[in-house]
Write a protein that binds this ligand. Structure first.
Ligand SMILES: [Zn+2]
Length: 213
């Protein structure tokens, strides 16, 4: 017998099918034949509370999404390794030619906590190694926190890690070229879970400001 939680998921799939497969003019009738043309790539966190499609009320085919611990983008590193995040970015930018790339961070991020408190994670594990990508963000956040204690260190680090991911995105030659030649837009957005609010990173002021909707 299936576990209760699995039954819930399958019931959810039935509802999904009723919504998106119903009739000759259904959403999926237009998304078949290998066609997808999302305009936006979102790099978000694996956290269960921050699903980009749910947060943006997007439907099938609208977003190309990469999710990982702490919404990190590694630097461009053509070393022949198995770079899953970099492969997804390449596919979205080079093949799908998305118009926007959004790095979506959030408050209460477990990945950022792991970066700040590695002693709470498995020694020598994948998590410790992965979040080191945001080491420059940690360094900047600690410096900021030492001069202004009005914002908690974890929040500063969550903000700075979005900036690190944006900087790393620009290190990919095909991203830089798409920005230059066809106006690819890069955006850093932070979801404040407590307030239910979105903040946007402003390049000029180098700060995050609430987005008014
Ligand atoms: Zn997170």
């Amino acid at each position: 017998m299936l576990k209760k939680e699995i039954v819930r998921l399958l019931t959810g799939f039935r509802q999904f099918k009723e919504k998106f497969y119903a009739g000759d003019d259904s959403v999926y009738s237009k998304l078949q034949n290998g066609v997808q043309a999302p305009k936006t790539l979102i790099i978000g966190c694996s956290d269960s509370r921050v699903d980009p499609a749910i947060l943006s009320s997007s439907g099938p085919g609208e977003l190309f999404v990469v999710r990982n611990v702490a919404n990190l983008v590694p630097p461009f590193d053509p070393d022949g390794g198995r770079h899953g995040v970099s492969a997804a970015i390449e596919f979205a930018v080079v093949n799908l030619k998305v118009e926007n790339v959004i790095v979506l961070g959030h408050s209460q991020c477990g990945g950022i906590r792991a970066l700040l408190n590695p002693e709470n994670t498995m020694a020598g594990g994948f998590l410790q190694q992965w979040v080191k990508i945001a080491e420059p963000a940690k360094t900047r956040a600690i410096a900021l926190a030492s001069s202004d204690d009005s914002v908690p260190l974890w929040r500063l680090c969550e903000h700075e890690s979005i900036r690190t991911s944006l900087e790393n995105l620009r290190s990919f030659p095909f991203v830089a070229e798409a920005i230059e030649t066809r106006g690819l837009t890069l955006l850093g957005i932070y979801f404040d879970i407590e307030k239910g609010e979105l903040l946007e990173f402003n390049d000029k002021t180098e700060s995050f400001t609430p987005i008014s909707l």
